[in-house]
Design a protein around this ligand. Structure first.
Ligand code: PSU
Ligand code: MN
Length: 303
């Protein structure tokens, strides 16, 4: 067994059987610029507490798997240089070699499941990249959703991705994609994409019940809850489309590949929107944290 280093708050919540929501750390180290990254990380944790659950931000620090970070550890991680971005493929190596890594959606799901946490909030999952028919760039997040029984609340998949192909792969992997409160699959910075989500649920209780039913059936794999960004905070898709296309063209011209693609695109879009993409990103993560807390509470209440 791997030793888990729990934060004091998560340890107490586990002992008392209180609802817990997992959070990833790649969004802190690779998804947002300093110092907003640290402010947002602390704010999102507080949003979860205010909604009646306990936040558990995941990271590997010097080879130790942390489930819940103390405030000083969160501050440190947000400024640390050279932190690895770890997914399913590199998580064990990061722990065994004593290195420090921030967890992606895939690695956070693994850590959450290992710690007995069933609900996780993030911004957007990774998915099938544009041009994947030649690059084969498909995020390990999708396979993790097919394997690991955690309900992930995200604002859909990032609009830098090929959403139609992302939905097809999720269907192939048997992942329920549940839009919250609308029919359309959301597009991260925009509330709606042109694609319908395969499922729709309007309450956290219904989502919790679906999660528990999958567990009762013994199905491996998680659920993707696609929670639209609040309309007041969204960036209309038609404004973003040319910006995303230009960012993608830059990434291709600079031959950015592998793990570097997503952080590169997010940073370019941040620059080209003069920070507006970050403001929207913050709003949608907070919105997801609140829904995830309500789902975690419903799961505990439903027993
Ligand atoms: N969502 C965000 N910002 C991010 C990410 C998601 O709002 O930075 C990160 C997540 O950690 C996700 C990862 O798992 O990007 C996907 O990376 P890739 O496309 O390389 O699988
Ligand atoms: Mn990739």
């Amino acid at each position: 067994m791997i030793d888990i280093q729990y934060s004091a708050e998560v340890r107490a919540a586990k002992d008392a059987g209180r609802p817990i929501v997992a959070l990833e750390s790649t969004i802190i180290t690779h998804g947002m610029p300093y110092p907003q990254n640290i402010e947002v990380a602390a704010q999102v944790e507080q949003d979860i507490r205010d909604a009646g659950a306990v936040p558990a931000t995941m990271a590997v620090i010097e080879g130790k798997l942390h489930v819940g970070l103390e405030p000083d550890q969160l501050q440190w991680l947000g400024q640390a240089q050279g932190v690895a971005k770890i997914s399913r493929a590199d998580m064990a190596a990061c722990i065994s070699t004593g290195e420090t890594g921030a967890t992606t959606v895939a690695a956070t799901m693994i850590a959450a499941h290992y710690a007995g946490i069933e609900v996780f909030a993030t911004g957007g999952i990774g998915g099938v990249h544009q041009g994947a028919e030649t690059t084969f760039d498909i995020s390990a997040d999708l396979h993790e959703l097919g394997h690991t029984p955690v309900t992930v609340v995200a604002a859909g998949a990032k609009a830098i991705l090929d959403l139609a192909k992302t939905l097809e792969v999720l269907e192939t992997l048997g992942v329920p994609v549940i839009a919250h409160g609308q029919d359309a699959f959301p597009a991260f910075w925009s509330a709606k994409s042109p694609y319908a989500a395969p499922l729709r649920m309007d309450t956290p209780e219904a989502i919790a019940k679906a999660h528990a039913t999958r567990r009762a059936l013994g199905l491996p794999g998680g659920q993707l809850v696609a929670n639209p960004i609040p309309i007041a905070d969204q960036i209309p898709a038609e404004i973003l489309a040319p910006i995303i296309a230009e960012a993608q063209a830059d990434a291709d011209a600079h031959r950015i590949t592998g793990k570097d693609v997503t952080p590169y695109l997010l940073q370019r879009i941040f620059e080209m929107t003069e920070g507006r993409s970050l403001t929207a990103n913050i709003a949608l993560v907070r919105n997801n944290a609140r829904l995830a807390a309500a789902i975690a509470r419903a799961l505990v209440e439903q027993g």
